[in-house]
Design a protein. Sequence first.
Length: 162
Amino acid sequence: MPYEWLPADGAAPARLHLWPYRSLPRKGFVGFIAVTCGLILVPMLAVLGSPVLWGLLPFFAVAVGGTWYALSKSYRDGEIVEDLSFAPDSLTLTRHGPRGQRREWQANPHWVRLSLHPTGGPVPNYLTLTGNGREVELGAFLSEDERVQLRDELQSKLNSLR
């Protein structure tokens, strides 16, 4: 699961830490680029030593550069982290988005309502927290089943705070 419950320690409240699932780790990124270069170079062995090689090299560079750029952009866009802090008198959701964006929402846990919308949201089983006059999404990057499981865990945690 791409989320974990962090226990309270000293003055810091208990919190829920969520992040998007990454199917290709950084080591895999390097390996993928290396395999891509190797597979593109195999057909180029036939033209090694001929002027045709110089005509094909720019296309090789564009293909590898484009793959590198697309994967790097995917990593930057996936740098989303959500932290939900549980204190007896406040519930705080902090969302760290790509490119340094940061948004925060805070409400009293006694008045917070947790909702799971099976349909009608941007994703199936859309999970929201409502309180303090606002409704915020939680874990939109999680799978449908993970949002259902998270809702059950969150509801029990909210019930224990009330």
